[in-house]
Design a protein around this ligand. Structure first.
Ligand code: CO8
Length: 253
């Protein structure tokens, strides 16, 4: 992988976008390297994955220089879909550790994750409108569902960048931490999650994500189904038994 650094520690994959000179702009090489990194993380049976950016940016979005050269047929046929599909089907939680600007496709990449932790130097926005184009990977959909129509409309129509603290107040970032503490804080959260049953993590992630994806009754149905599965699973039985026996659980997954 030329443009991604992939590391595993304590069952946590750390995936670092590595085009710092180009502010980690998402070219096709980087898209495919990210797909490969998630494939490896799945094979390595990690319990959590973290995405962050090398250098001063998380990602400044799609590589405009590459995109302008690509015929529309190639964009629509190859495009960035493999990455969004790969992330969608990745069963374990993904945490975005946003270390600097997350703009356009970079913001969409962070929003495709399950949680965002921002450094106090982070900035978020959908500046596509300034290029005469519009967001193409969730910037009108995930953003609107998270912060509401009127606020999303303003950001998408003006391209205004918001600070880490504004992102926190809007419910996009779950925490804002000093830049130098970003990776440690994110690892702390990832490690806490990784102490839980891997199978229960998967069932819970699927159920929470379903809430944004469906009508309430269908979401409740899926939640109930996953709850029954968790109760019947080996880890579910072990977790409840260990509570009764006043000891630490010994997870199988
Ligand atoms: N594409 C290509 N190169 C970029 C990009 C980009 N998006 N952003 C920065 N770079 C390059 C610059 O060209 C420059 O390279 P070079 O040194 O060779 O000239 C280098 O990175 C450093 O950039 P700057 O000198 O501009 O750095 P500044 O700190 O002065 O400015 C900014 C930082 C404000 C972030 C500025 O770089 C900027 O405005 N970048 C463009 C941001 C943008 O408009 N992003 C949206 C792109 S469109 C998009 O994302 C559509 C998404 C569609 C879905 C699919 C996603 C994968």
């Amino acid at each position: 992988m030329e443009t991604v650094i992939y590391e595993v520690t304590d069952k946590i994959a750390i995936i670092t976008l590595n085009r710092p000179d180009k502010l980690n702009a998402l070219n096709m090489r980087l898209i495919w390297d990210l797909v490969e990194a998630f494939n490896r993380a799945e094979k390595d049976e990690v319990k959590t994955a973290i995405i962050t950016g090398k250098g001063k940016a998380f990602s400044a979005g799609a590589d405009v220089k590459e995109m302008i050269e690509m015929p529309i047929e190639q964009i629509t046929r190859e495009g960035h879909m493999p990455l969004w599909e790969r992330m969608r089907t990745f069963k374990k939680p993904i945490i975005a550790a946003v270390n600097g600007i997350a703009a356009g496709g970079g913001f969409e990449l962070a929003m495709a994750c399950d949680m965002i932790i921002a450094s106090d130097t982070a900035k978020f926005g959908q500046p596509e409108i300034n290029l005469g184009i519009i967001p193409g990977a969730g910037g009108t959909q995930r953003l609107t569902r998270t912060i509401g129509k009127y606020r999303a409309m303003e950001l998408v129509l003006t391209g205004r960048l918001i600070s880490a603290w504004e992102a926190f107040k809007l419910g996009l970032a779950i925490r804002v931490v000093p830049e130098e503490a970003l990776i440690d804080e994110t690892l702390r959260l990832a490690k806490e999650i990784s102490t839980k049953s891997g199978f229960a993590i998967e069932l819970a992630k699927e159920a929470v994500n379903k809430a944004l994806d469906t009508h309430l009754q269908q979401g409740l149905d899926l939640e109930r189904r996953n709850f029954y599965v968790s109760v019947m699973s080996e880890d579910g039985k072990e977790g409840m038994k260990s509570f009764i026996e006043k000891r630490k659980p010994n997870w199988k997954t």
